[in-house]
Design a protein around this ligand. Structure first.
Ligand SMILES: [Zn+2]
Ligand SMILES: [Zn+2]
Length: 368
């Protein structure tokens, strides 16, 4: 409800009324189409993926620093279903009317950003399935407290379309290193009784080496949201990106969605780190000999392209002993990853057991 000054009204609101009963349709992950929760009416979303194509990164960063001029301002959301007016932040992508519960997609949220989503990967794991996966996961694992499943209190389960960047790049890497070759020498020493003894000692012969490594990176995927770390999200990879379709607001109806926080440049810095780590491993494995040191790599990246996608993620949070733990589930495959409390006593007794086994084995081998 509007108090005081009249705010400007949000104009790009998408909501689709049911042809059967007039209620608002939402996207059903189970049916993979728009569905009415009340009368069972269904409607397919005609789509293709012709707009999900890579764009030039160099071109994008030339205007990425610019501001859209639209920030955290608020506007009036006028619900078409019930007529209620509420004030919302314009970066809110999905608006649920607090009066009638209708689901609406605010297209204007994407206008606050320079780059709009090219494609969306629709949810295929529905809420009940996500809850089931969560319960099974909570009950599995050795080192967790026995009462975890009973006492864990689920405080949040939300299906969110999370913004991502994917990058492609050609890379040429020149590397130099010192390759180490082992050899053995016989060394004389005097033991505690004054006798001269001999033993073999390992030495390393270092040789300078260099080489060239080329790799084409395809779809290096990085998260553009602040809510989940890159490490956590990588635990629920892969997403099958061949199933991504052109972005359409219909897929977001009934779900949550975010606009990106990390821009195309910040995303690329994360992607570069992933690429550089991969290149380092590959170059290291090319160094001949038994070991290496001083591996230096000079990489040139070119023909860099990117895509901006919305991918489906279930975000859950649960409480145990007053602490909150975050869990994420891949909304396409159901792969789950999250934090779990550890049982001190279980770990303590396991270490004790391993120590006992170790001592026993030592005793057996020594008394042969
Ligand atoms: Zn209906
Ligand atoms: Zn309403």
């Amino acid at each position: 409800m509007v108090n005081g000054e009249e705010k400007e009204q949000l104009k790009q609101i998408v909501s689709i009324p049911c042809k059967g009963c007039g209620a608002q349709l939402t996207f059903s992950a189970a049916k993979e189409k728009l569905a009415c929760q009340y009368c069972g009416y269904e409607q397919i979303i005609p789509n293709s993926n012709d707009r999900v194509v890579e764009k030039s990164f160099t071109e994008a960063i030339s205007f990425a620093g610019q501001d859209t001029g639209l920030g955290l301002e608020s506007k009036t959301f006028h619900c078409k279903t019930c007529g209620a007016k509420t004030i919302v932040n314009i970066q809110e992508v999905v608006l649920r009317c607090s009066f009638c519960g209708s689901e609406n997609v605010n297209q204007e949220a994407f206008d606050t950003k320079i780059i709009k989503p090219f494609g969306v990967l629709p949810f295929s794991i529905e809420k009940n399935k996500a809850l089931e996966i969560f319960k099974v996961w909570l009950g599995s694992g050795w080192f967790q407290p026995n009462d975890l499943k009973k006492l864990a209190h689920l405080s949040k389960v939300e299906g969110v379309y999370i913004p991502f960047w994917t990058y492609d790049a050609h890379t040429d890497s020149f590397w130099t290193a010192e390759a180490g070759y082992y050899y053995y020498v016989t060394v004389q020493y005097t033991d505690s009784e004054g006798n001269v003894q001999e033993r073999q000692e390992q030495r390393i012969r270092w040789e300078p080496v260099s080489g060239f490594y080329q790799h084409w990176f395809d779809d290096v995927l990085v998260i553009a949201s602040q809510g989940i770390t890159q490490q956590r999200i990588q635990q629920i990879y892969p997403f099958d990106l061949s199933k991504v379709v052109n972005y359409k607001p219909e897929y977001l109806l009934g779900w949550k969605a975010e606009v990106y926080t990390y821009d195309v440049k910040a995303g690329f810095r994360m992607a570069e780190k992933i690429m550089d780590d991969f290149i380092y491993q590959e170059c290291a494995s090319m160094v001949p000999g038994d070991t290496y040191r001083n591996l230096q790599i000079n990489t040139h990246k070119y023909d860099i392209t990117f895509k901006h996608l919305l991918l489906p993620v279930w975000i859950a949070a649960y409480q145990y002993n007053g602490k909150v733990y975050q869990v994420v589930i891949n909304g396409q495959t159901g792969t789950i990853s999250g934090e779990k409390p550890l049982s001190f006593w279980k770990i303590f007794f396991t270490i004790l057991l391993l120590l006992a086994v170790g001592i026993l084995l030592y005793w057996i081998t020594q008394n042969k």
